[in-house]
Design a protein around this ligand. Sequence first.
Ligand code: UD1
Ligand code: MG
Length: 437
Amino acid sequence: MLEKKVKSIVLAAGKGTRMKSELPKVLHVIFNKPLLGYVLDAVNNTEYVDENFVIVGHESEKVEAFVKDNYKNAKCIMQCPQLGTGDAVNKATPYLKDFDGYVIVVCGDTPLITAETIKNFVEFHDNNHADLTVMSAIFENPKNYGRIIRDKNNKFVAIVEEKDATPEQKAVKEINAGIYCINWKTVSDAFSNLQNNNAQGEYYLTDIVKWAVGKNLSVQSYILDNNEEIFGINSKVQLAEATKILNKKTLINLMQEGVQIVDPDTTYISPETTIGADTIILPNVYITGKNTIGKNCKIGPFSHVRDGAIIGNNVRIGNFVEIKKSVIKDNTNVSHLSYIGDSELGSRVNIGAGTITANYNPISKVKSKTIIKDGANTGSNSVLVAPVTINEMASVAAGSIITKDVEAYSLAVTRSPLRIISNWVKMKIEQLSGGNK
Ligand code: UD1
Ligand code: MG
């Protein structure tokens, strides 16, 4: 338990010029989830934070729509124009007027930060009864970051931005990670006292350190062990790097839990997917979004699980199969070349190669469900036009297009009868040669 309540401010108003995109930086995704979503989830998963303020500006409607749809405990606050990180936090002060607790400030473009780290950070602040705690890290190449400046007694006294730093200050390897824990009652006055007389003409959030030191308040730095967590995304190159880092970590966790990943270099699995022990993931598998996959399954090679899949035990998802928003129960096989979307498959179902659940009507834009009950099977190349149910133990003949429900234990065939025309090829050859032998 902490001594005080905690709220957060997430900075997400910047344009992200280096992304070279019409989409605001914080809405770029890693495994379907926007960067801002990772940050808000980490903050909320600490279970300390009851309310988040998201500072929006550039393309604010889009960012606001994402926040509103996904986070009930978050409120967006407009910052226009964007006059710096200090000005951004200052925009939240009217909403925190008599708040006597801690405010965590985080940036919306650092998706690798974990709830555990934020939790330890806030607990550190709380245990030390600090007024202000800044997360820092030691970087061999500290370029572009603000530097943590200490006096001769090693006391943390200021943060200096690289653009304002002297050569001596630039040599400092301890950097500002951009995550702060603020005892709001004692430090919030700093925000109305910030100046913009610096190299960038901005109101720097980092200047609250100097302000608090000047008031003899307790200012601490919390040195982070794992530098990867504060990796900030400024370009699409860094977005790809962050995806790799997150993926690697996810695959290692899964392997430690008993999942066999044959080729981690070509396997991508979102961190929101859980997989049971002894499931084998073959090369070139891409699993994105939130999914649950059971034990002893075999997935891949070349499978795509797109989001919302709930897969039981002993299930086979084979090559060139795409699964989206579907439940697949134990001992079912979808082995080759199929699309299973918005579906419920029972157990011991066998899906023949090339089976398609036709779930989407592009005119009405409605998506419908396909239900395939226990023990049923579909022949190769069948199309199941949803909404449709294939009942227990029913069989769909290869090449059939199913537009009506199929009763249990029945066969559904929509093929035209097979005709064999004897010597048809011979006849054609003779016609072509015009009888000139
Ligand atoms: C900031 C810190 C720097 C630190 C680094 C860590 C300042 C002055 N500097 O620098 O010490 O090492 O983070 O990553 O704070 N934003 C707004 N409104 C604004 C300006 C920025 O919401 O007016 C948001 C951005 O969208 C971004 C975050 O604040 O999410 C950080 O801004 P950015 O310009 O990236 O700061 P840095 O230069 O990286
Ligand atoms: Mg910047």
